[in-house]
Write a protein that binds this ligand. Sequence first.
Ligand code: N01
Length: 545
Amino acid sequence: MTDQSTRDYDAIVIGAGFSGLAMLHHLREIGLRTLVVDGEDGIGGTWWVNRYPGVRTDSEYSYYSFSFSKEVRDEWTWTERYPSGDEVLSYLNFVADRLDLRKDIRLNARVDSAVYDEAANTWTVNLADGTHLTTKYLVSGMGVLSQAVYPDIPGIETFRGEKYHTAQWPRAGVDLAGKRVGLIGLGASGIQIVPVIASEVGEFFVFQRTPNFVVETNNDKVAEEDMAWLRANYDAVYEKAANHPFGVAMEPAEHSALEVSEEERRRIFEGKWNEGGFHFANECFTDLATNHEASELASEFIRSKIHEIVKDPEKAELLSPRTYSFNGKRVPTGHGYYNAFNHEHVHLIDTATTPITRISEKGIVVGDTEHELDVIIFATGFDAMTGTLTNIDIVGRGGRTLREKWAAEGLKSNLGINANGFPNFFMSLGPQTPYSNLIVPIQLGAQWLQRALKWAEENDIPYFEATPESEEWWRAETERTGRLTVMYTEGKKAKAWFLGENIPGKPEEFQVYMGGGQVYQQHCRDLEESGYAALLYRQPATVQA
Ligand code: N01
């Protein structure tokens, strides 16, 4: 029923990363004339802009990829268990070529605003170059950790040396050889960059406000037989990931950390530590994310590992988190992170005890001490989940933006998929979608929307929109389930982005759903099986088809 004569497109998707590519493929499959627009000059989304040294996945290759295309599965070969950023970017380019997506992707097309016209039931997407495009369906694939933030440190603009943010890294690279380099920020990004540039720079000053619990990955090459096995078992691997609370293809743990002997606990922690990466967080015990005592036992194990690896006991102690416990921040994975601090030219500056007071023309001032630098790297994170959506004007019914809605009502959505007041606007990985390996909710979300819009088209439904009741329910459910985890108590202490705590002035609300990816998917299936009737407006007012 889409009226092809009056609108430029049936669907416009903003963003050409994993989300945008999956959406384009699935919406085209149901015959929607779909266009992807992206402000960058290459596809890849987060993997296009995050080119800092050391960037790589912290999920394993086997489930950090799409399972929906047999061609891609059969023809693509991963080379590392935790693929580098370059390899993921090559993968996404391969996907775009193999599925012939490029012809419907417009790059260098930055969206300034998107405005809903109620009378015409049409969205107008306004690009920075002055182009206006109209569409029935508008989909955000703008990414959840894409709105980079700089810290509000006085004098930041006065620094005369070079300044870089990890999420806006120059394409041509940065020559750090022999230079005095300062790094602010030790989340997943900072932790990846440390060991890689440590061997390159002259002097390295790492400014640490809050230490992190870093789990080493023990990265490895992917053997030919591993790829052959994966190709034969892709669906099973994907299903395992989809049924896991955090979207990883891993075995469920069997015991509480509190019900085994100390010796047995150490043995299990040790085994999973050696296996590396998210295996430690997910496979040791059932309650590292839900029980404070269990999370503290994991914390103590990691602290003991830090003291084993880092030779200087003072540095080791500084690197050991004491103010919150494991899972209080999104668990970062390491590639020689703690070891890097054994280099003499890597200086760890504690800015928790003596804070950074300002940035000067010459460097970073901590208390009264000025550290002179040639380069400052900011790995200071993102306005997560909502930042990209509130940074541009997405204008719904009555001229109200999403930014205004959430400021007035608190963060609200129906399953992170859509929002009341914004008909036919959908989000891939909207706020309040699962805290997870993101490829699972991206793929399942694109497939869900494909079925929903096919149904809408076949049944002459002019628009989908979240009801106020569905939003109230999902907001309450997101908060309720989040508060059952240690992410709530510990995340508050650690100023975690998943609670919005990292952005000054941002309200404390769960930005993601902590109740489990598999539970979330069941809610999505329930919504679909109800004929979308339970939660979404489907009876038209008087709108044009
Ligand atoms: O950002 P973060 P990130 N003064 O918000 C510090 C995903 N990701 O880019 O903790 C001093 O985690 C801040 O200090 P503190 C992943 O989901 C994935 O590293 O507030 N310091 C913190 O250390 C991850 O969780 C991958 O005390 C300041 C750091 O900046 C998410 O992105 C790779 C400061 C910010 O850490 C975000 O990670 C990379 C200030 N004023 C990222 N302001 C992979 O999958 C901030 N900081 C591979």
